[in-house]
Design a protein around this ligand. Structure first.
Ligand code: NAP
Length: 467
């Protein structure tokens, strides 16, 4: 509606105002799709609760994978687009209620990801020395919300690690723990993370899968990389690679599975080598409980077999694996945003072709993309197609008059400031970026991540004081 109450159409002077909630890859791809079309003039506010953009590209992709992290150089172009405004350090539901945000824009695209960890639901899970992979990854990537004290206490003096799960995150965790200090030295990890990892004398890392190698969700490149570590030897029990007929069939039909098996079979001849970390992959073992009184001392696992439907079935045969650190890497789940429906079971927002469903019906002006739409799966690039589908639904709704286009209602950033928020805009992010590069350069690195929210905000203030 315009000021006089009549419906208005987006125009060059009064573009369709879209808020994208979450400036990770899905949000940036949504902003990109919105600005790559001429049919509907748009202005996009790309909101993030952190003062920094890029989501899991910054705080999820392992820092020892610099080529993968370089995708942010491409994502950066969208942040620079004149029709896109980065609005960081703003938490929807805290700094502004969702209904107020919705009243301020013509459409919202939720792309805030899946930040919570899934639980095993077994005894001992909460003991000190038991970490969720989400916590550990957040810490080594320098996420401002990471609990440094908790993770560093869990790591102190650790020799034996068990990683639960055989997805790519589990391999990231195992690989980072197995890396030598020299291998990690050039990465973007905060210095205190590098120091803590260098001081952790890990001797044995055991990665356990509750099903067989044919059901593991890791990908071949990530698996192969474990065999290229400077200070670790990968060990695999040949008995774990003997497949039942259904798994054989699966391996024959799926190239990733057959390649994974070929990599694993190459490792069965490996033996322990003195002075090197042992990185053991064990399959058909599910955790039953974490052992220990004041802190974790081990994991009790049950041998399993895979049934005809590919499910893990317990055999009743128990075994204890020693561990002074357990990292549970069993997937992520989405957290509910106050006022937005979330399916409890899947941790995703119910939708149809990206249109948010409320009470089973599309809610005009509300869309969803990325992990909060489809669940925590796939690589960064999958978000592009996913975001395009949701944006196509948004643009179709705009073209067909299904959105309540309101005309001018005032600037969102001014409204956020009026509400006491401290929005971080693109120039502020540029100041953080420059400060991280300068900090990295002091040790010959391309960048060192600033970890604390206070350090990020201080970099902005310092740049403003210099200007
Ligand atoms: P994931 O691939 O879904 O792996 C989760 C693992 O946890 C599976 O092995 C699963 O086993 C296991 N699991 C779940 N519940 C369990 C339980 N109760 N007990 C024991 N094990 C349990 O998820 P992810 O590793 O968190 O990765 C998330 C997404 O990010 C994936 O799409 C991944 O490929 C992507 N990613 C990619 C990269 C990369 O490209 N380098 C790096 C990191 C992440 P079951 O299969 O038996 O359920």
């Amino acid at each position: 509606m315009s000021d006089d109450g009549a419906p208005s159409s987006p125009s060059g002077d009064h573009p369709l105002r879209v808020a994208v909630v979450g400036a990770g890859p899905a949000g940036i791809y949504a902003a990109d799709a919105l600005t790559r079309q001429d049919a509907v003039p748009v202005a996009v506010d790309l909101i993030d609760r952190l003062p920094t953009p890029y989501g899991l590209v910054r705080h999820g992709i392992a820092p020892d994978h610099p080529k993968m992290r370089a995708i942010r150089d491409t994502l950066h172009h969208t942040l620079e687009h004149p029709r896109v405004r980065f609005v960081g350090n703003v938490e929807v539901g805290v700094d502004i209620p969702l209904e107020k945000l919705r009243a301020h824009v013509d459409a919202v695209v939720y792309t805030y990801g899946a930040a919570l960890d899934r639980h095993l639901g077994i005894d001992g899970e909460e003991l000190p020395g038991s970490l969720a992979a989400t916590e550990f990854v957040a810490w080594y990537c320098g996420h401002p919300d990471a609990d440094r004290e908790r993770v560093e206490a869990a790591l102190a003096g650790v020799r034996n690690v068990v990683v639960v799960g055989v997805g790519n995150v589990a391999l990231d965790v195992a690989r980072v723990l197995a890396r030598t200090a020299d291998e990690l030295e050039p990465t973007e990890m905060p210095q205190h993370v590098l120091d803590a990892l260098a001081a952790t004398p890990v001797e044995q890392i055991t990665v356990i899968g509750r099903r067989g190698p044919a059901q593991a969700t890791f990908t071949t490149q990530e698996l192969r990389e474990l065999g290229e570590l400077a200070g670790a030897t990968v060990l695999v029990d040949p008995a774990d690679l003997v497949l039942d007929p259904d798994s054989e069939e699966r391996a024959a039909a799926d190239r990733v599975v057959s390649r994974n098996l070929a990599v694993l079979r190459n490792w069965v001849t490996h033996t322990r080598e003195p002075g090197r970390t042992r990185l053991t992959l064990r399959f058909y073992r599910r955790p039953v409980r974490l052992l220990g009184v004041d802190r974790v001392t081990g994991v009790e696992v049950e041998r399993t077999a895979v049934d005809g439907d590919g499910r893990a079935m317990g055999t009743g045969e128990l075994e204890e694996l020693p561990a002074d650190l357990v990292v549970r890497s069993v997937g992520y789940r989405g957290l509910p945003l106050p006022g937005l429906p979330v399916d409890e079971r899947s941790g995703t927002v119910p939708h149809h072709a990206g249109r948010v469903l409320r009470g089973g019906q599309p809610s005009p002006g509300e869309y969803v993309a990325g992990w909060i739409k489809r669940g925590p799966s796939g690589v960064v690039g999958h978000n592009k197609h996913d975001a395009r589908e949701s944006v196509a639904s948004l643009l179709a709704d705009a073209a067909e008059g299904r959105l309540a286009v309101r005309g001018p209602v005032g600037d969102l950033v001014q409204e956020l400031i009026r509400r006491g928020a401290d929005p971080v805009l693109l120039d502020d992010w540029r100041a953080i970026d420059a400060a991280e590069k300068a900090l990295g350069a002091t040790r010959g690195r391309a960048r060192t991540t600033l970890h604390e929210r206070e350090s990020l905000m201080a970099a902005i203030r310092a740049a403003a004081a210099r200007a």
